[in-house]
Design a protein around this ligand. Structure first.
Ligand code: ADP
Length: 496
């Protein structure tokens, strides 16, 4: 009887379940969106119970539509939106509030306060690999304990549990028996010590978080829990967990130090595997756990572009100069170059390596001959320029020179963008056939954990290349374009 792996891909806007066969080919999938709550400006919440129900519904749909027996599911792998914080009562299993989503900025004032504590910013960077920021779970947990009625008392009585979404889903899947998370998710909380591989006492104390709330941190690959029999009739092992970007790094087969992937979604996420070495960035990048397997933890340097594919949505929805994201390709390639036009989409400030929260977006270099095609082209180019700046920072911090960039995400389908990325990086850009690297990564971790996939050598053969874009430009032209971009960035910065 054939065996399958079920990947649960719980994202920021939807839950998906994807069934893979033993060759890691997709057999069936199901997706269901869930509600986004914006109770105040800059607040973002999810209903953890709704996420669980939608996730379960997609699992049932996939099983039904593929016609397999549950007993054929050898293992479940989970990948999830990172940092989003759920706190629930261990007695009732009920969340004490809505989940606070990674995008939510409500704890920015808490972060400002923490930065005033002498040496704390440096302590956090050194020990958790992160910067003090509202994205990460730590201050979200503190907010819930401080603001939700009765939460602090329950926490003091040892009745509260904290988890990122992986942890919450496993708690529900296991019928409340398992309270676990993996290294990659733990490393996004700002309270996990990535040097000593344990929850950080000092950070927890400073944030007022009782350590009794925290999940046990387990390997990213290997059986860590079992589903409760009442759910599917039999118990299925859960054998892989990773946060979405780390799962994508794994799914892209970036197993060795120096291998990197960039995901071109709404924003872009660039991660380089740095092996067993923790690289501390001097450019405002994050040091994160890539995964922990068989007692070995590997790390990655991570940078993100706030506005990636979102600039294409902006061209479509706000400017109305394209009607579909994919049309940006035809329009951009309709002109030989961007005629000196630059778009810097600093809509919510600039991230690494600039970190200017007050920068604003600009379109510059306009002349009488400039038209919408030049703007569309420059907008696509901005995605590549921003990614280049991240990669430059990663290379400088790690001292490792990239050989080839693996790519995925919606905007990686744009051949113009990928060719331009390669030209500007002077590195090959490698796009896989299956650009769902996140779900594939979760399936690979689970398959490895249960022994369906014997080793990493085998896993490498799973990823199939669709196309490699090789640099095809001259050095003078490239240097000119990069200088033009840097000049444009300077113009939009707040302290220019
Ligand atoms: P997310 O997971 O962040 O929702 P996706 O990986 O689904 O993102 O990618 C969607 C993003 O990619 C959107 O911002 C969209 O504008 C952009 N995008 C999709 N197709 C193209 C394309 N052919 N060319 C350029 N951008 C695209």
């Amino acid at each position: 009887m054939s065996r399958y792996i079920l990947a649960l891909d719980e994202g920021t806007t939807s839950c998906r379940s994807i069934l893979y066969n033993e060759k890691a080919e997709t057999v069936a999938s199901s997706q269901s969106e869930f509600t986004q709550y914006f109770p105040e400006p800059s607040w973002v919440e999810h209903d953890a119970n709704e996420i669980w129900e939608k996730q379960l519904q997609t699992i049932r749909t996939v099983i039904r539509e593929s016609g397999i027996e549950v007993s054929q599911i050898a293992a479940i792998g989970i990948t999830n939106q990172r940092e989003t914080t759920v706190v629930w009562d261990s007695t009732t299993g009920e969340p004490v509030s809505r989940a606070i989503v990674w995008q939510c900025r409500r704890t920015a004032p808490i972060c400002e306060g923490l930065k005033q504590i002498e040496g704390f910013s440096d302590y956090i960077h050194e020990n958790t690999g992160l910067l003090i920021d509202a994205y990460f779970s730590g201050t979200k947990i503190k907010w819930i304990l401080d603001h939700v009625g009765g939460a602090r008392e329950l926490a003091d009585a040892g009745r509260l549990m904290f988890g990122t979404i992986d942890s919450w889903l496993i708690y529900k899947l296991s019928g409340g028996r398992s309270h676990v998370s993996d290294y990659s998710n733990a490393s996004r909380t700002m309270i996990y010590n990535i040097k000593e591989l344990k929850w950080d006492e000092y950070a927890c104390r400073t944030l007022g978080i009782p350590m009794s709330m925290l999940p046990t941190v387990v390997a990213s690959s290997g059986v860590c829990a079992h589903t409760d029999e009442s759910l599917f009739g039999i118990s299925v092992p859960i054998a892989g967990i990773a946060g979405d970007q780390q799962a994508a790094l794994f799914g892209q087969g970036c197993f060795e130090a120096g291998q990197a992937k960039n995901t071109y979604g709404t924003g872009c996420f660039l991660l380089m595997n740095t092996g067993e070495k923790r690289v501390r960035s001097s450019h405002g990048l994050i040091t994160t756990v890539a995964w922990g397997i068989n007692g070995t933890v590997e790390y990655a340097l991570e940078g993100s572009v706030f506005i990636g594919g979102a600039i294409v949505q902006w061209l479509r929805d706000q400017l109305g100069i394209i009607s579909h994201a994919s049309e940006s390709y035809e329009i951009a390639t309709g002109v030989p170059n961007s005629a000196g036009v630059y778009v810097v989409p600093a809509f919510s400030g600039l991230g690494a390596p600039y970190w200017d929260m007050y920068a604003q977006g600009i379109i510059c270099g306009l002349t009488r001959g400039a038209n919408k095609a030049h703007i569309v082209r420059a907008a696509l180019e901005s995605i590549a320029f921003q990614s280049m700046e991240l990669l430059d920072a990663i290379e400088e911090d790690s001292g490792i020179l990239l050989k080839e960039l693996m790519v995925d995400g919606g905007a990686s389908r744009n051949d113009f963008l990928m060719q331009f990325q390669s030209d500007i990086l002077l590195h090959p850009v490698n796009r896989p056939v299956d650009t769902e690297s996140t779900a594939l990564g979760a399936a690979m971790l689970a398959g490895l954990g249960i022994g369906i996939f014997p080793d990493r050598e085998h896993l490498k053969s799973i990823r199939k290349t669709d196309r490699v874009f090789s640099p095809n430009t001259n050095e003078t032209k490239r240097t000119e374009r990069i200088e033009g971009w840097k000049h444009a960035v300077k113009m939009c910065m707040s302290h220019r």
